[in-house]
Design a protein around this ligand. Sequence first.
Ligand code: HEC
Ligand code: HEC
Ligand code: HEC
Length: 132
Amino acid sequence: MNDKKLIITGLLIFIVIVVSPFLLNMGKASSGADPVIPEGLKEKKGECIFPKEEMKAEHMQILDKWRETVVRNGERVYVAPSGKEFNMSLSSGENSCIGCHSNKTEFCDRCHDYASVRPYCWDCHNEPKEKN
Ligand code: HEC
Ligand code: HEC
Ligand code: HEC
């Protein structure tokens, strides 16, 4: 009888030890990766090109398309499905990525560091001057 209790207790402890890293990571995945969206960004500068979840998943493809359009066609204005116009630039200017998300370190880099992605874009493109 006592042996059985011991075995069950041992099993429970084992399960908790095996499962806890996953539980701990679940918490991290949602808080650690959160980029800092500057206070009042929405109110002052308006909305992103697409809804947040879409931006999260597809901003690389958007930037890729922007680059192609600018370099091949010399066009610099992107009209979003919402009808709003954006400046197809990685580096600066009103209504460009960095024009709105002006704190690259806290916003872009922080999320990339967390995801272990290293966009090489800023080898050539100017690092934006940080405005906090
Ligand atoms: C080898 C240098 C180099 C690298 C690396 C590079 N670019 Fe560029 N990019 C350029 C040049 C040169 C232009 C043309 C500048 C112009 O016409 O204003 C350009 C233009 C662009 C443009 C449109 C205009 C602008 O000023 O932003 C976008 C968007 C862009 N690149 C995105 C990217 C992205 C995203 C990456 C990384 C995945 C990247 N680039 C990496 C050299 C580079
Ligand atoms: C007109 C201002 C504006 C421009 C231009 C803009 N954004 Fe945004 N972006 C926002 C706002 C505001 C949010 C927050 C949206 C929300 O909370 O619903 C956001 C959200 C995001 C998110 C999601 C962040 C998260 O919490 O997961 C990503 C990624 C992003 N933007 C990347 C970009 C990139 C890359 C570009 C350029 C290709 C860009 N944005 C251009 C205003 C802008
Ligand atoms: C919510 C997290 C998050 C934010 C915020 C974010 N990114 Fe990313 N970004 C990612 C992830 C994850 C990847 C890798 C996706 C993949 O490989 O499929 C990525 C990839 C990229 C790439 C392609 C890199 C490559 O080598 O192919 C570019 C360019 C890029 N991000 C630019 C930006 C810019 C500019 C900003 C800020 C305006 C930004 N990102 C903000 C998560 C984020």
